[in-house]
Design a protein around this ligand. Sequence first.
Ligand SMILES: Nc1nc2c(ncn2[C@@H]2O[C@H](COP(=O)(O)OP(=O)(O)OP(=O)(O)O)[C@@H](O)[C@H]2O)c(=O)[nH]1
Ligand SMILES: [Mg+2]
Length: 683
Amino acid sequence: MSVDKVRNIVLVGHSGNGKTSLLEAMLYRAGTLSRVGRIEDGTTVGDHDIDEKDHGHSLGLSTAVIDWNGYTVNVLDTPGHADYKGDAIMAMAAADLAVFVIDGVGGVQSQDTVLWRQAEQMKLPRMIFVNKLDRARSSFERTLGEIHSHFGAHADPVEYPIGSESSFHGITDLITDEAFLYDSGKATKAPIPEDMVEKEHEEHEHLVEEVVEFDDEVLGNYLEGNEPTAEELERLLHDALDAGSVFPVLCGSATAPIGADHLLDIICKVGPAPGDLGPEIVEADGDAEAIEYDPAGDVVALVFKTRIDDFLGQISFVKVIAGTIKLNDELTNSRTGETERIRQIVSLNGADHRSVPSVSAGQVAAVTKLDGTATGDTLSGGSQVVTVSAPTLPTPVYSMVVKVTQPSNEDRLASTLRKLVTEDPTLATGFDPTTRQTTLSGAGETHIAVAIARLERAGVDVDSEPTSVEYRETLTRKVEVEGKFKKQSGGHGQFGVATVRFEPSHLGDGFEFASEVTGGAIPKNLIPAVGAGVEEAMGRGGKHGFPVVDLRAVCTDGKYHSVDSSEMSFKMAGSLALRAALESVGTVVLEPVSEMFVDVPNAHQGDVLGDLNSRRGQVLGAIPDGANVSIHAYVPTSEVQRYAIDLRSMTGGTGSFEIDHHAYQPVPGAILDRVLAEASKAT
Ligand SMILES: Nc1nc2c(ncn2[C@@H]2O[C@H](COP(=O)(O)OP(=O)(O)OP(=O)(O)O)[C@@H](O)[C@H]2O)c(=O)[nH]1
Ligand SMILES: [Mg+2]
């Protein structure tokens, strides 16, 4: 199969816009399916996972291969839910064309704009399919207006609907000036309806004017009064689409189905073949290198999705950029440096797996049992190991603690979580050795709820609860105290005295121990035991029971007994010294502070800043980034535990953020009582 005859497309858009239904319609029109499955019945190729059937939404990437008039169209159907943006981003990295499926009733919605911005950053050519035009209250014109205001004036219709709502029954093709009616269920060519002739003509002219400048010769002819032919127009559109200068707008209904076949026609005639956008720029030994889409070259392939299949085990979805992957090939993973052997290659159509002998440049397929390879990795076959730059995925921002209901399931929990994280790198798990708690983090509530449902289906029942905020304490000021441990019990006793000066250090500096003991007041080999005793006692907690941190302890003097003193006795002396210091000067309670970068459309900047303020946030700056702004702030962690949910409702899903632990800071007096009350409730 020549690479010119391959199209790799990704369906993207807000949840519920009809991507999975559109894929179903395409498969039906291509004759792959004899009947159209329905989302409501859980019978579509795209949503084959049991959770997807339960939710009525796609919850992960699915793929299908469509043979269309001598072309191979590889379709990647992505979930529109904001929590699964990682899958959409990785699929966009593998595709050569994004088809934005927009709801002709609801218009342009939040995730449409979020994903558009992502595609723009990735310089991915884009088409738009206005869907659901069979529905009551749908309108192509109104939706087109919204598309123009969100995505700019260069979103140019290449089709117009014939009829509307329940009478929607066909489309006019502005490229060929033909009409297609779907009254019999199949497209039949027909003359353009009389009342549309004038409009069609106007729109055709507009389309020509948008693209004609892409070819000097066609432009010259046009200026002399010669209209470009349909073939010329297709070629010009192709160039304009690749250059990101024009975004062709199509229309139809995924469930009727109307227009899915025509969409496939346009994708094949106008859409980019792999490599049309120029060679792939990869990194090789620290340098940038251009790689052509050549099936005869050394293998370079990007892993854009990993899934664990009940029968096949781990499957890695690859986009082959160069070369041809064959059975028994040995490829190097550029991240790990390890060699991976190709044992099986499968072509993926929903849940059906068909083994194939090879997969070559420009194509997508899946390879089984690459156990050391993760999403985003590059595999290369030549002597030079190269890395394809994979997009950055969202980091987890919402966490829950998960606890097994049966202790015997601990190991199973760990192994099932590992599997979930392998399949979805935007999920993460953590284990806190002090609290012995396992956390599960992701993009939001749905993400975590679905992951927990998957855990339970794997036989691991868990209870989940919000994560607790880790408060700390430190001494209010410098103090010198004596820790004295003396025990006389029959035989030989225990004796150790240590004078320790405690100094609160800079927040975040941790614990430091030093000795200023002179004259052998404590034997040298026993002095470290004082520090160990202090440190152990710090872990046991201060006046309010929170671990004590950020302290410098200096042992200045002491006493020992040649028979009764031991390491143990000086450890106890250190521990008693800390206790005495806590008693004498008291502690301040510290709270964790998170560093955040919040990215929102400019229109929401005021609201988000005001809200961060009310959360005791310290805003460090707001950096404009096109239509968005990135707000940098430090905010107490206790105030942002549900920020993933709150930001989404504040910005209608258009905001996103990154969050990381930054430091500890004293809890202000005004809210200390609340913190202490909550902490005592938690224990
Ligand atoms: N009337 C009508 N309903 C449609 C059309 N396309 C999709 N639907 C319905 O809209 C709902 C959502 O469709 P999906 O195909 O699941 O949408 P999706 O874009 O895949 O959604 P996510 O997977 O959540 O991102 C389903 O109930 C479909 O039956 C259409 O063209 N016309
Ligand atoms: Mg879907």
